[in-house]
Ligand binder design. Structure first.
Ligand code: C2E
Ligand code: MG
Ligand code: MG
Length: 597
């Protein structure tokens, strides 16, 4: 057996071992004190120095001895160290006040202690020691303190790595859900004492599943990584970002900040999602929805806060995605309401409680009705009239939209054909939900319905939203081309509420832009809206697109739009959506003069 392995077996320093040795020493009462101390310490040191770095101090804590190994490790000379205070060897920044107090107390009162402390290694590196301080006593007399150091740095580093592995999301490098849970609890506890505000932001990517399915999981993963990097940029001393799981991220915003800072952060995050993300050389657009809860305002415990922010996020998604929503108790009721709508919708899809109404679209030049938009109405036995803005998103989420959408398409085409047969050849605008549009059999379905109803395809106008075109550019392009080949026209609905990129839309075969009613609403008093509407009309005309203004409610709006050469309009000023049997009367009765005079 080699000497070193032999040594290891013989000398294994444990507190128990030391205690035994010590008991032998103090029971030997016949010896002279000084002799005892010298011999005892020397014997001890010889053995102990083999396994640990040794320092001996006097009762005031001044160093009287430092072992060779300690000197070598620390980079100090013997004459520099002897005579100085032991506590000065402790790194001032890396040790807590608690460590200093323990060491000082133990030396001063000869109580002995075992504590982890950080020393400097050759000045610039740090080393963590498991430190034993043993008071040296004989009878009632106290002589010195024997301080033993065992290097536990590798152990600590391993612990750090494990901690990191357990609390960091390996894919993105963000802190993970576990760390989030720990941090949120700690933050709440410290804020409870300080009477401060903490905000929790729950971020969920919109339609991430769709990306994953169409572009492949590899690209999906890369997209998550790119987004995580962008979110990391929001981190600072007040803001911590976490990967909660899948396509969900959470952000804790610190207490000392005010509510408007929290809103600003949420808005800045959403703004970032207005721009594209570059993934494997491709430009991808994806939005995110954020739910916000507040401590102590909305919730008092970490689990309540998480639940509330998640609920607020879901609520925002239902309303249209790409937004943030602060939790409010009424959201709970809304959730119940949603479940109720979903239940009733499942029953309604086969019944006769759906009806189509038609809103006239009017040409600004001659005030003629040139088109009609089919708008779905649902009158449920129990719920009464439910707005499509409420039930369409639920139908989309649950997949019920396919059946409902097919019914709308067929019904509206039949109606348009029947009016056309009577000599009223008006374009029929039909709202198409993104889910319908993205189905591979969409074009063939439209063809089948056209054949079945006999409607001239040039009278059919499909309304899609601009965001639909962002997700799968090539597929969308192909679908649109095929629809154009049949002779159908395409409108972009609610223009201005999505990415609003005309240069992007230019690539697609689009006939009409429908300016969202939110821009028309205040167009008379709001100069910003005026500028937006004016430039949308100009740019659309440059690209040979027709423009329809939605939500026209006053004659001032008509005059404004007419001056800007807007082509068509629809709105309550002329008519709300009408049941089919009222439409003919409206079309024949409308006086050209009523519009511009
Ligand atoms: P949209 O396609 O933008 O339809 C225009 C909405 O604005 C309609 O609301 C219409 O009633 C309303 N509106 C029209 N003129 C005015 C006005 O002057 N002032 C105001 N304040 N509002 C006006 P509606 O019928 O409640 O429909 C809401 C949304 O539901 C539609 O917005 C559309 O996105 C969706 N939707 C309606 N029917 C269908 C459908 O059959 N299929 C699909 N996928 N979505 C539909
Ligand atoms: Mg529409
Ligand atoms: Mg619209």
């Amino acid at each position: 057996m080699s000497e070193s392995s032999n040594n290891k077996e013989v000398v294994r320093l444990t507190p128990l071992w030391l205690k035994k040795l010590w008991n032998v020493a103090i029971n030997n009462n016949d010896r002279d004190e000084t002799l005892f101390l010298d011999e005892m310490v020397n014997d001890f040191l010889k053995v102990i120095e083999k396994v640990s770095l040794v320092i001996v101090t006097d009762l005031q804590g001044r160093i009287v001895y430092a072992s060779k190994d300690y000197l070598k490790m620390s980079g100090y000379d013997d004459d520099k160290i002897v005579g100085t205070m032991y506590v000065n060897l402790l790194n001032h920044k890396a040790n807590s006040a608690n460590v200093f107090a323990k060491v000082e107390n133990s030396i001063k009162h000869c109580t002995g202690v075992n504590v982890d402390s950080v020393h400097n290694r050759n000045n610039d590196e740090r080393v963590v020691f498991n430190t034993f301080i043993f008071p040296l006593m004989y009878s009632d007399k106290k002589f010195a303190n024997l301080i033993l150091h065992q290097d536990v740095t590798p152990l600590m580093q391993a612990e750090e790595t494990i901690k990191e592995l357990v609390t960091v999301d390996v894919q993105t490098g963000l802190k993970n859900r576990k760390q989030f849970d720990i941090d949120l609890v700690n933050k709440i506890e410290s804020d409870r004492l300080k009477n401060c505000l903490t905000a929790l932001l729950f971020i969920d990517l919109d339609r991430f599943k769709y990306y994953n399915d169409t572009l492949g999981h590899f690209t999906g993963d890369k997209l998550i990584e790119v987004i995580a990097k962008e979110l990391m940029l929001f981190e600072n001393e007040y803001v911590s970002v976490y990967r909660y799981g899948g396509d969900e991220f959470t952000i804790i915003i610190n207490s000392s900040l005010k509510m408007d800072t929290i809103e600003k952060t949420a808005n800045h995050i959403l703004e970032r999602f207005q721009k594209s993300f570059i993934v494997r050389g491709k430009e991808l657009f994806i939005t995110a929805t954020i739910g916000v809860s507040l401590f102590p305002e909305t919730g008092d415990t970490s689990s309540t806060l998480v639940q509330q922010s998640e609920m607020a996020m879901h609520y925002a998604k239902e309303r249209g995605k790409g937004e943030y929503q602060l939790y409010h108790p009424s959201l709970q009721t809304k959730r119940d309401e949603r479940l109720m709508i979903e239940q009733r919708l499942r029953l309604a899809k086969d019944s006769k409680s759906f009806q189509l109404f038609y809103q006239p679209q009017i040409n600004l030049k001659d005030s003629k009705v040139v088109g009609l938009e089919a708008l779905l109405r649902w009158n449920d036995e129990e719920l009464g009239n439910v707005s499509p803005s409420k039930f369409i998103p639920i139908a989309e989420d649950t997949g019920l939209i396919f059946q409902i959408g097919d019914w709308v398409l067929e019904q509206a085409c039949f109606q348009a054909k029947s009016w056309s047969d009577k000599g009223f050849k008006m374009r029929m605008g039909i709202n198409i939900s993104p889910k319908q549009f993205q189905r591979p059999d969409f074009v063939s379905k439209v063809k089948r319905i056209l054949r079945k109803t006999g409607l001239d395809p040039s009278l059919l106008d499909l309304e899609i939203t601009e965001n639909d075109l962002l997700y799968n550019r090539e597929e969308c392009f192909k679908t649109l081309e095929r629809l154009k080949d049949i002779g159908i026209s395409i409108s972009i609905d609610d223009f201005g509420t999505g990415y609003s990129s005309l240069s992007y839309l230019r690539q697609f075969p689009i006939d009409t832009l429908k300016i969202d009613q939110s821009f028309i609403k205040e167009v008379i008093e709001n100069t910003n809206d005026q500028a937006i509407v004016t430039s949308i009309i100009q740019l659309a005309h440059n690209m040979n697109m027709r423009v329809i203004a939605e939500g026209v409610e006053t004659t001032e709006m008509v005059l404004f739009l007419n001056e800007r050469q807007c082509d068509e309009m629809q709105g309550f000023l002329y008519s709300k959506a009408l049941p089919a049997d009222h439409v003919m009367k409206f079309v024949t009765d409308i006086e050209p003069t009523t519009v511009l005079h």
